[in-house]
Design a protein around this ligand. Structure first.
Ligand SMILES: [Zn+2]
Length: 468
């Protein structure tokens, strides 16, 4: 989502808070139970209620919620792979570290296949994985479960915990593999069905998601699953009225009103953008990306219409296209910008701070700081450099000018990083953010810069590049 240069908060403004933590300031917000409608300078925009967490009226208090972590449809069940091995768990993780040599010893003992030795391996890897999850290193935790499964391939607890980690990383198709193995081992597990529903839902296979959650309900009624099921049924009836198009990386849906040529043009543009982002950011999103065209919403170039939310990215790209018959340069910018958010979000496991998200998205769509450099250098000269540490969450508490400044500064920061070390530095930074507890630590470890250093580098870059 891009809120370009948000207008200053007028008394009539409300804030729509999306389930992914992002916020939209809008006027005349109405909620009819299934859809939320609001006014923008370019007309009325409607978004499905299913993506909205709440609407705040005249309330501009800061939310400390992280800016872009998508809310899973159901929570992960707590399933212990084995019980009664607390001593093993305590030895596998102690002194704030995983004891890999102890685990290696357990694995050597377990080669005999003895039941107790295998259970110890499962307990140790599970403890190590949970510790690594707590540290934010999901990839390393996944390795722990995969290693444990070599010894205990049918352990439902290990399989489910592994699946949950894939699901949290949006690797929905990959998650199906351990889930299918878990189903063979435990055909009547409600937890397996619950998680399979999550996997299918995430992969946009709504029919199969509904089937799995129904099965889960039959096996063990669960209010949470019931709610997810209801939401999936609503999504299905909404999406049944869409037409569809599909390419290698995208699933496109649109109401009948869109010109088929426009839909094809958008898919072609997105495929080109995908290949470009894939090579620039050295990352391939694991799942097809869903794109929804809103044919009844007026299109406005977000970069030129203050206060207008031109497009949304809540995991799906939602693009208003009314009045367009082909991909205009402005639409092309919006598509690249929103698709970049998908790449940056997924590559960083939804941890990239807002300044980095918006900086990279603007850079990828082709914006540069030339027009703003003078004002940014002046502001810096007066000691008005923004604190990057405070720009990681929502920007909606900012006034209109401050928000415009935040976008411009973020672009300049990203430009300076790319100027110093190429786009590959952005790629490395995102990878590190995915596995590190804080952005500043990741910045220090990859680029050897503190936030202050980065701001100084940005000022020096702006002067060098634009003051002549
Ligand atoms: Zn944006």
């Amino acid at each position: 989502m891009c809120i370009a240069l948000a207008v200053s908060a007028s008394a009539a403004a409300d804030t729509i808070v999306l389930k992914n933590g992002r916020r939209i300031v809008a006027e005349n917000v109405t909620d009819d139970g299934t859809r939320v409608t609001y006014q923008t300078p370019a007309g009325q925009l409607t978004i499905p209620k299913s993506i909205v967490a709440r609407i705040e009226h005249d309330d501009f208090t800061y939310s400390s919620a992280s800016s872009a972590s998508s809310q899973p449809p159901v929570s992960a069940p707590q399933v212990e792979p084995v019980r009664g091995y607390e001593d093993v768990a305590a030895r596998a993780v102690h002194g704030d570290a995983v004891d890999y040599s102890y685990i290696a010893q357990l694995e050597t003992d377990a080669r005999s296949g003895a039941t107790i030795a295998v259970a110890k391996v499962a307990a140790a890897h599970h403890a190590a994985a949970q510790y690594l999850v707590g540290k934010g290193d999901t990839d390393a935790a996944i390795q722990q479960y995969r290693q444990a499964l070599v010894f205990a391939p049918q352990n439902v607890g290990l399989l489910l915990n592994l699946a949950v980690l894939y699901l949290r990383e949006s690797q929905f198709t990959t998650a199906l593999d351990p889930l299918e193995r878990a189903r063979r081992a435990a055909p009547d597990s409600a937890d397996v069905a619950k998680l399979m529903g999550w996997a299918y839902y995430g992969a946009n296979k709504i029919d199969q998601a509904i089937e799995e959650w129904q099965r889960s309900e039959r096996l063990r009624p669960d209010p949470e699953v019931e709610q997810a099921l209801e939401k999936a049924r609503r999504d299905k009836s909404e999406e049944d009225s869409y037409r569809e198009g599909e390419t290698v990386h995208f699933d496109l849906k649109y109401y009948g009103g869109a010109a088929p040529d426009l839909a094809r043009g958008i898919l072609r543009t997105l495929e080109d953008d995908f290949r470009d982002l894939e090579s620039q950011l050295d990352y391939t999103p694991p799942e097809r990306i869903a794109v929804i065209l809103y044919t009844e919403q007026a299109f406005a170039d977000i970069t030129r219409a203050p206060g207008w939310v031109g497009a949304l990215n809540d995991g799906r790209l939602r693009i208003p296209v009314q009045g367009l018959t082909s991909v205009t340069p402005e639409l092309a910018h919006v598509l690249k910008h929103e698709l970049t958010h998908s790449f940056v979000g997924q590559k960083s496991h939804n941890r990239a701070p807002t300044w980095l998200q918006e900086g990279v998205a603007q850079w990828m769509e082709g914006r540069r700081s030339s027009g703003d450099a003078g004002a940014l250098i002046n502001a810096a000269g007066q000691g008005m450099v923004p604190q990057l540490g405070a720009m990681g969450g929502s920007w909606m508490g900012l006034s209109g000018n401050a928000a415009a400044f935040a976008y411009a500064w973020s672009l300049a920061v990203v430009e300076s990083i790319i100027d110093a070390g190429g786009v590959s530095d952005i790629s490395r930074l995102l990878d590190r953010i995915a596995t590190t507890s804080s952005t500043e630590v990741a910045l220090q470890e990859t680029l050897h810069l503190s936030y202050d250093d980065l701001n100084q580098q940005t000022v020096a870059y702006l002067k060098r590049a634009y003051l002549r």
